[in-house]
Design a protein around this ligand. Structure first.
Ligand SMILES: NC(=O)c1ccc[n+]([C@@H]2O[C@H](COP(=O)([O-])OP(=O)(O)OC[C@H]3O[C@@H](n4cnc5c(N)ncnc54)[C@H](O)[C@@H]3O)[C@@H](O)[C@H]2O)c1
Length: 363
């Protein structure tokens, strides 16, 4: 278990095997009210909804379920309106609790519903992807996309607890495991050299879904994220280091219209590009940069060549990033494995060099 220490809003992240089967026990332990609304997507519902529902119903919870189509497009204003309408038709009261059963898309969407329905109702995260277990379910960022930019509408809203069941990762497609691994590698580079070395040694085992290794990986990432969130819940300074790889990564993701590269894959390329920015500025040694690249090269991700990357379009996308200040692009940069800076202003020229570099890298 890992605790996210936020005073009276502190909460635990339970990590382990077969937690879904025993979910009811955790709801009772946290004195969650009797009415639950599970929000999930059809892929997760098909595989894991029954086990979860049976376990909470056995503890006499009244359960209603909203099953949505999978995919990033779900994080929209339209989905929010449909969910609110359903909650109102069911007369869901303020004492109810929203349960996000799914990946980061469901967690962000359901969390935003919980934060805003009747000005905030109970919320529990049950993440089912590696990305959600190591990152998105922890720290309280919830929200949706606007057609003009990603993650621009949202709130900070912490759950009562997080239930990260490693067994559910057995049904996760390999490509989704890779996306989660992108965020895992990020934690090593920004905060923990020893953990980076652990990933170097065990990347194959993570990709083959080794439960013991995954459990350690999830535990360590949650500890690192909890540390960051404890010191800067609302991203005034330190929390911005978690955006390493994301400025250029989001622009790459957008250039494929969110269909070609998945979020985690784009972040892996983003980390290569942003490390190159640091190298260009003589902030990181060649040896450290090579070591980061060698680890990322062990992870199978699609080639960038079909994307036909246009420099101007990428820069325009980066200028919509939430770290932009007075029109300047800013990003945290690694200075060695295990240590990054806070976001710094970066010239367009450095970004151009790094995009040229990542294009060749991703051939
Ligand atoms: N809030 C945050 O702090 C934060 C941090 C990082 C990312 N995010 C957000 O997270 C989202 C990406 O999350 P994601 O990668 O989990 O994507 P996702 O939620 O779309 O899940 C990926 C796919 O896996 C399927 N799936 C989920 N669990 C499964 C399981 N156990 N077995 C089989 N299939 C399963 C889903 O149906 C979906 O098709 C993005 O919207 C991103 O912006 C948020």
């Amino acid at each position: 278990m890992v605790t996210v220490p936020l005073g009276s809003r502190s909460y635990p992240i339970y990590i382990g095997k077969d937690l879904l089967r025993n979910a009811g026990k955790y709801f009772l332990r946290h004195r969650i009210g009797r009415s639950l609304v599970i929000i999930t997507d059809s892929n997760v519902a098909r595989r894991h909804l029954d086990v979860f529902t049976r376990s909470v119903e056995a503890k006499h919870y009244a359960v209603r379920t909203i099953i949505l189509p999978p995919g990033e497009k779900l994080k929209s204003i339209g989905s929010i309106e449909k969910i609110f309408s359903q909650l109102l038709r069911w007369n869901i009261e303020r004492s109810a609790t929203i349960v996000a059963l799914g990946g980061g898309v469901i967690g962000d969407l359901a969390g935003f519903v919980a934060a805003t329905y009747q000005r905030g109702i109970g919320f529990v995260q049950v993440p089912t992807t590696l990305l959600a277990q190591v990152d998105s379910s922890v720290g309280g960022k919830v929200g949706i996309n606007h057609p003009l930019a990603k993650n621009m509408i949202g709130a900070f809203y912490q759950p009562a607890f997080v239930l990260a069941d490693t067994s559910v990762l057995r049904t996760l497609p390999k490509r989704e495991l890779i996306c989660g691994l992108g965020e895992v590698v990020k934690y090593g580079i920004i905060l923990d050299r020893k953990f980076f070395e652990f990933i170097e040694r065990n990347v194959g085992k993570v990709l083959s879904g080794d439960q013991k290794i995954l459990q350690h990986v999830i535990q360590r990432c949650c500890e690192l994220k909890a540390y960051v969130v404890e010191h800067d819940e609302k991203e005034q300074n330190l929390r911005a280091i978690l955006n390493y790889g994301h400025t250029i990564g989001h622009a790459l993701e957008q250039s494929g219209d969110y269909g070609f590269l998945k979020h985690g894959e784009a972040i892996l390329y983003g980390m290569i590009a942003e490390t190159h920015v640091a190298f260009d500025l003589k902030m990181i040694s060649l040896k450290e940069k090579d070591r980061i690249e060698q680890l990322i090269q062990k992870i199978p991700i699609p080639s960038l060549s079909p994307l036909k990357l246009k420099y101007a379009g990428l820069i325009a996308a980066m200028k919509k990033d939430k770290k932009v200040k007075d029109g300047s692009i800013r990003m945290p940069l690694p200075i060695k494995i295990g240590k990054v800076t806070l976001p710094m202003t970066i010239t367009d020229q450095s970004i151009r060099h790094s995009i040229e570099y990542v294009k060749i890298f991703g051939v």
